[in-house]
Design a protein around this ligand. Structure first.
Ligand code: FES
Ligand code: FES
Length: 151
């Protein structure tokens, strides 16, 4: 099977996919984009979050074939090469990163939240990020980072 799509603004074509292959597998194992993480592969942790067109998805739950002709944005595509966007800067400044495994998914999910709602309440932040699990930080510094990015 062949997949033709746009990833982080660049036209990409991948050959030899098997029918049940996930978008996450294609990104990480075939295209060398390790930003989206593979933690559960069951849609439970949010570490594999990417945009499919403008919709936040768990890429482990998206079949590669569903991405045909569509636009995918991963954490690597949120800012220019060597640059950080405001969400990434805020996570760094707030110390919201420990092992970092959850961080790319949280950053894409926060980016999505702030696009839809630039001034979220704490309850709205918690609801928007409820699908992104972090085993290290206790979430307080993540909340600080999202508040700072919103400001
Ligand atoms: S790896 Fe996709 S939700 Fe956990
Ligand atoms: S920083 Fe380790 S899982 Fe979140």
């Amino acid at each position: 099977m062949r997949l033709t799509c746009t990833i982080n603004g660049e036209a990409r074509e991948v050959d030899g996919l098997w029918e049940g292959e996930s978008l996450l597998h294609v990104l990480r194992e075939r295209l060398g984009l390790p930003g989206a993480k593979n933690a559960c592969e069951q849609g439970e942790c949010g570490s594999c979050s990417v945009y499919l067109d403008d919709t936040l998805v768990c890429s482990c739950l998206v079949l590669a074939g569903q991405a045909e002709g569509r636009e995918i944005t991963t954490v690597e595509g949120l800012a220019g090469v060597g640059e950080l966007n405001k969400v990434q800067e805020a996570f760094l400044a707030a110390g919201a990163v420990q092992c970092g495994f959850c961080t790319p998914g949280l950053i894409v999910a926060t980016d999505d939240l702030l696009r839809r709602n630039p001034d979220p309440t704490d309850a709205e932040i918690r609801e928007a990020l409820a699908g992104n699990l972090c085993r290290c930080t206790g979430y307080e510094k993540i909340l600080d980072a999202v508040r700072a990015a919103a400001r």
